[in-house]
Design a binder for this molecule. Structure first.
Ligand SMILES: [Zn+2]
Length: 364
């Protein structure tokens, strides 16, 4: 009987122990954790994407994505995850779920464009738009209309109708926080396209792509080129062409990662003369409270850990039209530095420490 009671108690407390260890691992999340990239080849299975002259968008996207993955996998500090590695249909929301579940650092979706006129050509990289834009709606509608092939899409996307322009007035939730990083990556990719691929550079663009709206981390959608354009289709179906576009995207991801690593080392090296902490020392007996600002946004989000990549003790302040979001609250500057490091490692690359003293807040 006694054994049974012990077993019962053990079963009851096991989840608590697991929960406690999860919290503990969160707090001690090593800054040198692997950089996780989710690669997403658009379409697949019953959804071919654009098709022209026997070429399917889904096949080109898959080949290029696998080539990017192969190069990324050569780095021991990078973990690559794939939403699909073969010709299968995946719902848009499930693609984002792969990235969210893995707490990935980047989400990169690969597509090809198409147009009813042969002349249209060039490559472009999309980030999620903040405001309604009626420009380029044809591309966005086409990519989003994939959800019409999904079951229960009305429920899954909160009534979003991919063919109704007014649906695009709905704005953005968590992605706004990642906007700067998403644009940074998009710009790196387009710069590489301009120098290596040397086709028309259509630039970095913004609009409401559903697959980007659902992810919690910096995310981009790359349109490699138009398969309705004869020379571009030949290029994108050739080994050389696929290798060049894959290398451009790979180099873009690596540049993005390098910038991010530099930011992290700024914080971890407290002795550095460039460190904000070192140039503005605070007396240790100060009654000051430190927090780490992780984001400023016009969007009001609930100050919950789950909305901010599970960072601890989220608080929120309104200033004019802008909401500021913070993690942590501590009287220890050292602890604040650690919190900032943790925030950066979770993707809040521009996180900084603020000091709150005598009712005023200032940046360190
Ligand atoms: Zn597509």
């Amino acid at each position: 009987m006694k054994t049974k009671i012990y077993l019962f108690i053990a079963l009851l407390t096991a989840p608590l122990v697991l929960f406690a260890s999860a919290i503990n691992s969160l707090e001690t999340d090593p800054p040198n954790r692997k950089f996780k990239v989710v690669l997403d080849a658009g379409h697949g299975g019953k959804d071919p994407g654009y098709t022209h002259a026997g070429v399917n968008e889904k096949d080109v996207a898959l080949k290029v994505m696998l080539a990017i993955g192969k190069k990324l996998e050569q780095h021991s500090d990078i973990e690559v995850l794939y939403t699909r590695k073969s010709d299968v249909f995946i719902e848009l929301a499930d693609r984002a779920k792969v990235a969210n579940k893995a707490d990935a650092d980047l989400f990169v979706s690969i597509h090809c464009n198409g147009f009813h006129k042969e002349q249209a050509n060039g490559n472009e990289t999309w980030v999620l738009g903040l405001r309604r834009s009626t420009e380029n709606l044809d591309v966005v509608m086409k990519e989003n209309s994939v959800i019409l092939l999904e079951d229960n899409y009305e429920e899954n996307y909160n009534g979003f109708d991919p063919n109704d322009p007014s649906s695009y007035a709905t704005s953005v939730l968590t992605q706004e926080i990642n906007m700067e990083d998403s644009i940074d990556l998009a710009a790196q990719i387009q710069n590489n396209f301009a120098s290596k691929v040397r086709r028309t550079n259509r630039g970095v663009k913004q609009n409401v792509f559903l697959v980007l709206r659902e992810t919690y981390m910096p995310s981009v959608l790359v349109e490699l080129g138009f398969i309705t354009n004869n020379s571009e289709r030949k290029y994108l179906t050739s080994g050389d062409g696929q290798q060049s576009v894959a290398e451009s995207i790979y180099d873009g991801i690596m540049s993005y990662k390098q910038n991010r690593d530099i930011n992290i080392s700024d914080v971890s090296d407290g002795s550095s003369s460039t460190s904000a902490v070192a140039v503005d020392p605070i007396p240790s007996n100060s009654s000051a409270v430190y927090k780490v600002q992780i984001a400023a946004s016009s969007k009001s989000l609930a100050p919950k850990s789950n909305n901010f990549k599970k960072l601890p003790s989220i608080s929120k302040e309104k200033e004019g039209d802008i909401y500021r979001y913070f993690t942590g609250e501590t009287s220890s500057l050292k602890k604040a530095s650690e919190l900032r490091e943790q925030a950066i490692s979770k993707g809040y690359k521009t996180a900084f420490i603020v000091i709150i003293e005598n009712g005023t807040r200032r940046r360190l």
